[in-house]
Write a protein that binds this ligand. Structure first.
Ligand SMILES: [Zn+2]
Length: 140
């Protein structure tokens, strides 16, 4: 992906990035998915969630129980849910049209892991498929 200085830059801890990469490797050729927690433009934690899609090699569906409990914890003062990650076993780096249909334009973060690389997007009303604005990720 070419560098683009106009992109918003987010930090991701190396622990969170490695958690995503190891999850991707562990479930390949199925899609890995999980939840992202952290603070202002900073991803501190990536928590694997079960992929409950009936076709996990081609789709992902974060276990709603994991999602709801994260949202409930956030409301009760727990870690802030920044968004979601999933992997593309095909190696394709960009969000798919299916991803665009799934995503709400809610400003949450979407990370996509493909062959050990991680790309970041903000879900809104512009960008790829009219839904995903690319961001730059700075791993520390
Ligand atoms: Zn996808």
């Amino acid at each position: 992906m070419p560098a683009n200085m106009s992109r918003m830059t987010w930090q991701i801890t190396s622990i969170a990035a490695e958690s995503i990469r190891s999850h991707e490797r562990r479930v390949h050729p199925e899609e890995a998915c999980g939840l992202l927690f952290g603070g202002d433009r900073r991803i501190e934690e990536a928590v694997p969630a079960p992929n409950v899609s009936p076709t996990p090699r081609h789709r992902f569906e974060i276990d709603p129980k994991a999602l709801f409990s994260a949202l409930r914890a956030e409301r009760q003062g727990g870690p802030r849910l920044l968004g979601y990650y999933h992997s593309h076993p095909s190696g394709t780096f960009d969000p798919s049209e299916t991803d665009a249909k799934l995503a709400q334009p809610d400003g949450r973060l979407w990370l996509i892991a493909a062959e050990g690389r991680i790309a970041g997007f903000i879900a809104g009303n512009t960008g790829i498929h009219g839904r995903f604005q690319p961001i730059a990720l700075d791993e520390d």
